[in-house]
Design a protein around this ligand. Structure first.
Ligand code: NAP
Ligand code: FE
Length: 365
């Protein structure tokens, strides 16, 4: 029973958990920078709760609400500058994965000199402490050490990965997801499923991460293929948020596989949402891994209450219909990008470029 397991984030879940735990912020300092997207943090009520909690313990704050989906280097540098000039003691990221990831990068940049190479440098100084408030159930960023930022220079998305950017505290409350559109709900739940299943099949999967992955897949499986036009209760939102967090804990141990590495091009060049990009590729990826991981794939199917990979394909296609189609030239160029990602070596079996191209072709032609 060999395993390594690190999960340093204190996760607090429940209705109004931010207001009820406002004193936690006092332990982090006197000034906070709040990092959000343009609209949803306000509309979801999450920003109000954070502001109310901070005010109740006399913490001053500045709001940086300029984070776009798939945040850019420029966006996080501006946030880092603001955090520095304000003299922030800690960072609170509110939103989907984009603002939470931006908050992590901003926390690093607030304490370290700006360097052209955001992704491969060693950050000498510890980042500001980070708090996360997810308003989607998908990325699990509230419990991971990853910050995924768009790298315009290399025309892809890349991660800053360091244990220093695990959030100190995460606050989970499904209330904030009540206004989430059906499309974003679907895309984010697919992302969570993708984390749990990729982590389960990753080369770095271990005994303990597998237990989290199995529980996550079995909860997500209750909803995944039934999401089209579904009206969800807040309790169902809570459950999805829990499962998504479990999946985040999984990838914090295992990393993601080639599905994520391939999906980055679909997002960068074709503006396909992150979770949807994973979903489009998933059936063919499972088929590819089956030759070495048939037992685990059987287990995934049984947790989803499906009888075959063909049934998985039909269900996923129904969920994502209509499916995008791309020409061969584009897919060849995406395969060249994907083979260079670190995700390749997490995949079992390790794919070569032809394998990757085959997955692209089967999924998108
Ligand atoms: P997102 O890019 O954060 O948000 C997508 C859209 O949903 C935005 O328009 C956002 O609006 C809106 N939205 C968010 N919460 C909402 C709510 N409660 N109600 C209504 N609208 C809401 O989407 P995401 O899928 O959560 O995150 C994707 C990003 O996370 C990608 O960059 C991906 O690479 C990254 N990711 C990170 C990790 C990790 O471990 N760090 C793992 C997987 C993926 P606003 O813009 O107004 O907020
Ligand atoms: Fe993801």
């Amino acid at each position: 029973m060999d395993f390594n397991f690190l999960m340093p984030t204190k996760v607090i879940s429940g209705r109004d958990c931010i207001l009820k735990n406002a004193q936690i912020f006092s332990s982090l300092g006197k000034k906070a920078i709040i990092v959000t997207g343009k609209h949803s943090a306000k509309k979801s009520g999450a920003l109000n709760q954070v502001v109310e909690a901070l005010s109740s313990v006399s913490i001053s704050y500045k709001i940086y609400d300029q984070v776009e989906p798939n945040p850019s280097v420029d966006c996080v540098c501006k946030g880092g500058e603001l955090a520095k000039s304000f003299g922030a003691d800690f960072v609170i990221g509110i939103g989907g994965g984009s603002p939470m990831d931006a908050a992590k990068a901003i926390a690093l940049l607030a304490r370290n000199p700006w360097n052209e190479n955001l992704f491969n440098q060693t950050y000498k100084n510890h980042p500001l402490p980070i708090c996360a408030v997810p308003t989607t159930a998908g990325t699990g960023s509230e419990v991971t050490q990853y910050s995924i930022i768009t790298d315009e220079q290399n025309q892809t998305k890349r991660s800053i990965a360091t244990a220093d950017i695990f959030p100190r505290y995460s606050f989970l409350d499904g209330t904030f997801m009540v206004g989430l559109s059906n499309t974003t709900t679907i895309n984010t739940v697919i992302d969570a499923f993708s984390h749990a299943a990729e982590g389960y099949l990753s080369k770095r999967a271990n005994f303990m991460s597998d237990r989290f992955a199995e529980q996550s897949i079995s909860i997500l499986g209750k909803y995944l293929f039934d999401l089209n036009n579904k009206k969800m209760t807040v309790e169902e939102r809570d459950e999805l948020l829990y499962a998504s967090m479990l999946a985040g804990i999984v990838i914090a141990q295992t990393g993601t596989t080639i599905v994520h590495g391939m999906g980055y091009s679909l997002t960068y060049f074709k503006h396909i949402d992150h979770g949807r990009a994973n979903g489009l590729l998933f059936h063919s990826f499972l088929k590819f891994t089956q030759r070495e991981q048939s037992g685990k794939i059987e287990k995934i199917l049984s947790l989803l209450k499906l009888s075959s990979l063909d049934q998985f394909k039909t269900q996923m296609q129904q969920l994502l219909s209509p499916i995008e189609k791309f020409n061969d030239e584009e897919l060849i160029s995406f395969s060249h990008k994907a083979i260079k990602t670190g995700n390749v070596n997490n995949t079992t079996p390790i794919p070569n470029r032809e394998d990757i191209l085959k997955i692209f072709r089967e999924s998108l032609q």
